[in-house]
Design a protein around this ligand. Structure first.
Ligand SMILES: Cc1cc2nc3c(=O)[nH]c(=O)nc-3n(C[C@H](O)[C@H](O)[C@H](O)COP(=O)(O)OP(=O)(O)OC[C@H]3O[C@@H](n4cnc5c(N)ncnc54)[C@H](O)[C@@H]3O)c2cc1C
Ligand SMILES: *[C@@H]1O[C@H](CO)[C@@H](O)[C@H](O)[C@H]1NC(C)=O
Ligand SMILES: *[C@@H]1O[C@H](CO)[C@@H](O)[C@H](O)[C@H]1NC(C)=O
Length: 431
């Protein structure tokens, strides 16, 4: 008998695109095709386009800063290289999942209709969202595009700007806005002579950039001053409301700031509303086995990849480390499911029941988080601070690697999967 097993991937961004291409290129061709079993990959995302949000801090200051058609890339186009009989992209939002029935419910963007999609294997890669639609997708990419356009309009006349959040997104955003509006300080000056706008960055603690050493955080502050940004430490935004065209930002010490533009660049939240509570940490991340990247409590062949998983502190480098691990374990589990049962002729039902198979026996490929100081933070268009694996990088290197164009040319390598042209092989003896 012939049957089709669904491989369902939720989220089509850095992690989900990587999983889908890696699976189609390297895993699917190796699965046994015995007894008519075939596989079909469903990639589900709320947005038709994936967003290179790394470039958001520069993109938000003006239309021509980052080419829009390099920053928002249509997901479906990247998969035209595969036979449509093995791959489908659906613009839909996952709204619930049932680990007993092994289904996810998705709501189609086209007609708001719900569909229950059975899965043989499931990868949760729905990432995180920022409070501001400028810095991450919040549904279809047009929401973000509209937010960017609105920002371009408002910035031209803004006199006061407050940005909350002392992490890289806040620092980068403040630096880009600072240089765009205020220019840079002249030689032997620490601040621009004629700033157009008063720009304040609320750091939220006593230092910027928690992932980097204090000396680099301090250097970032010097570079921010150089483009006319004031950094205020130990002040947290508590609530905001609007007074006409102005935003009032109430701080935790009782003071209130007024701004023409307010941009929250504070912490991210996982996109996991559809995940059952027992599969989530108290912060809402998907409880993931930190070694195998399986979601153990969800039953066989359920995995998490990318920022939504509890195994990572987030970031693209972590995703690139995790992809070969999760795909190797998917491959092993699927091969096991495809062959288990075949060797038990005494079974009263001699049809194979791959759904019932558990994890592959033997050694899993394991993930190990790289916890060394690694982060690149451009501050304005020519400066920046950063470290890689604990090594401090000079400002020129930060510019060359990231500040020049926020690595925008890499976006297409994920869209088309060229990033994963080669399989990152593994043998059980490597374990
Ligand atoms: C401003 C900014 C700058 C950054 N710069 C860097 C950097 O320089 N270097 C770095 O390493 N990291 C950087 N990061 C972090 C990096 O962007 C993340 O690590 C990365 O985006 C995580 O990828 P992901 O695929 O896990 O999830 P995301 O990129 O968050 O994507 C999640 C996807 O899932 C979709 N989705 C969400 N919910 C659902 C649902 N219910 N159903 C269907 N689809 C859904 C979304 O539409 C989205 O496409 C930055 C982040 C921000 C905000
Ligand atoms: C609150 O903090 C801000 C920023 O540091 C400061 O300007 C203000 O004076 C403080 N207000 C009070 C009441 O301490
Ligand atoms: C195919 O299924 C039959 C029973 O339906 C079983 O005997 C046989 O081993 C299976 N073949 C493979 C290659 O798994």
């Amino acid at each position: 008998m012939s049957n089709t097993q669904n491989i369902v991937i939720l989220g089509g961004s850095f992690a989900g695109l990587s999983v889908a291409h890696y699976f189609l290129k390297h895993i699917l061709p190796t699965l046994p095709k015995n007894n008519g079993t075939s596989y079909h990959v469903y990639l589900i995302d709320s947005s038709t386009h994936y967003y290179w949000r790394i470039a958001a801090p520069r993109a938000l200051v003006g239309k021509d800063m980052i080419q829009q058609d390099k920053m928002f890339l249509p997901i479906a186009d990247g998969f035209k290289q595969y036979d449509p009989s093995i791959f489908t992209f659906i613009q839909a939002t996952a709204t619930s999942m049932d680990t007993n029935a092994r289904t996810v419910t998705i709501e189609h963007a086209s007609n708001s209709e719900s569909q229950s999609l059975p899965y043989h294997a499931l990868v949760i890669a729905t990432g995180t969202r920022t409070p501001s639609p400028l810095l991450s997708l919040q549904g279809d990419y047009k929401i973000t595009q509209n937010a960017l356009q609105e920002m371009w309009g408002k910035l031209s006349s803004a006199k006061t700007i407050v940005i909350a959040g002392g992490g890289p997104a806040g620092v980068e955003t403040a630096g880009e806005i600072g240089e765009a509006l205020n220019g840079v300080a002249g030689f032997f000056q620490s601040r621009p002579a004629n700033p157009k706008a008063k720009i304040t960055l609320l750091s939220g603690s006593n230092k910027l950039l928690p992932m980097l050493r204090p000396a680099l955080a301090k250097q970032a502050e010097v570079y921010l001053n150089r483009v006319g940004v004031d950094v205020v430490h130990n002040a947290k935004m508590q609530s905001v409301d609007s007074a006409g065209a102005q935003t009032l930002i109430h701080l935790d010490n009782g003071s209130t700031l007024e701004a023409d533009i307010y941009i929250p660049a504070t912490g991210v939240k996982p996109n996991s509303a559809f995940v059952p509570a027992n599969l989530k940490t108290d912060k809402g991340y998907v409880k993931t086995n930190g070694k195998t990247l399986r979601v153990d409590e969800a039953g066989p062949r359920v995995y998490a990849a990318g920022d939504v998983g509890s195994y990572t502190r987030g970031g693209v480098m972590d995703i690139y480390d995790a992809i070969p691990v999760v795909l190797t374990n998917i491959k092993r589990d699927l091969q096991h499911a495809a062959t288990s049962g075949a060797s038990s002729p005494s079974s009263n039902n001699n049809e194979k029941q791959p759904e019932l198979a558990g994890n592959a026996p033997g050694s899993d490929r394991t993930y190990k988080a790289n916890l060394k100081e690694t982060q690149l933070v451009p501050v304005g268009r020519s400066k920046g601070v950063g470290a890689v694996f604990g090594w401090k990088l000079p400002t020129l290197m930060v510019y060359m690697i990231k500040g020049r164009n926020y690595m925008i040319d890499n976006a297409v390598t994920l869209q088309r999967g060229t990033k994963w042209e080669k399989e990152n092989g593994w043998k059980p003896t490597d374990a």
